[in-house]
Design a protein around this ligand. Sequence first.
Ligand SMILES: Nc1ncnc2c1ncn2[C@@H]1O[C@H](COP(=O)(O)OP(=O)(O)OP(=O)(O)O)[C@@H](O)[C@H]1O
Length: 268
Amino acid sequence: MNLLTVDMLTISGTDGRALVSELSFALSPGERLGLIGESGSGKSLTALAVLGLLPAGLRASGSIRLQPAGGEPTEVVGAADRTLRRLRGRVATVVFQEPLTALDPLMRIGNQVGWAIRRTRGLRGSALRDAVLSALAEVGLDDRIARAYPHEVSGGQRQRAAIAAAVACRPALLIADEPTTALDVTVQADVLALLDRLVADRGMALLFISHDLAVVARVAERVLVLAQGVAVESGTVTEVVTAPDHPVTRALLSSARQLDAALDGRQP
Ligand SMILES: Nc1ncnc2c1ncn2[C@@H]1O[C@H](COP(=O)(O)OP(=O)(O)OP(=O)(O)O)[C@@H](O)[C@H]1O
């Protein structure tokens, strides 16, 4: 049984132009798929469509079905807001590139994590307070961070807090849209390792979006390459890295290698 089934998904702009075209892929519970492509290839729109969060004016057609273990399948394309609210957080959730956009600047971090847990798990009072502190502890944040506002902590801590809020809802599917791109290089590896551990511990499925094949290779088992809204290649990470088929995949691989070489101080 698939947790997520995307079937012939097309996303059109206001002018009718297809921004994503006839995209199909599936994810079973606990599976990790990397969605990779150059800037503007349609990765973020695909992620938003899965949660029914496409920007106004954009239209999805085709089918996106979410089915948690033991639950009924729900069609996301064309679903009413009430239906989507039941899925968001509980069945699938998202961590964005820039945690400042995900976190409310006027609310203490602990309250934001608490709000997410209360909404999805219905906890109150001391049970809620304990759940918040344990969710934060799980991502390496203490109660001092719970009392802080987002602007009072570092970018890495903000992203950890956003991850804590997402994971504390115990979703079956975590979508991570370039979750480490906005962070300092030194913090990136820590946050990636954290995500990797949480997803494994909870048995969550992961849809990991990135333009960086090297990053995707560290957390995903399979890769789907998008170019101008079209899936051009897919396979296991090993298959795609050792025998890239499409020119876009080869370009992504070569830039990952160049970056690796630059970090090691050698010629690519
Ligand atoms: N609200 C919108 N209205 C119209 N076009 C949009 C809108 N949002 C995105 N697009 C267009 O859709 C295409 C895909 O965008 P998307 O954000 O999914 O790309 P991406 O692969 O995530 O790129 P990046 O890595 O730069 O975020 C781009 O051509 C973009 O300009």
